[in-house]
Design a protein. Structure first.
Length: 89
């Protein structure tokens, strides 16, 4: 269980940092992180961090697929956690 918690903390930090870094690069006109990568980080466990990064850095909030997709991925993760805690003990 400790390994899972460490993984989720790291994945969410990665999501938050990815959004912040991509926003910084967008302002500076530098190399950008592909949107597919941002979604992948979110799907692999960083959904809360990515969603927080969206609104903390005001990044990708005008793209409907981020505004809808990131909360859906987070809802999927929360449902999966609930199922695991409820049925797998």
């Amino acid at each position: 269980m400790n390994i899972l918690i460490i993984y989720l903390v790291a994945a969410n930090l990665a999501g938050l940092l990815a959004m912040g870094l991509d926003k910084k690069r967008a302002k500076e006109g530098g190399w950008r992180i592909p949107e597919k990568t941002l979604f992948l980080v979110s799907f692999l466990g960083g959904s809360l961090g990515t969603l927080l990064g969206m609104y903390l850095f005001h990044h990708k909030t005008r793209h409907w697929y981020f505004v809808v997709g990131m909360p859906l991925i987070l809802a999927f993760h929360l449902a999966l956690a609930w199922l695991m805690l409820t049925f797998i003990r």
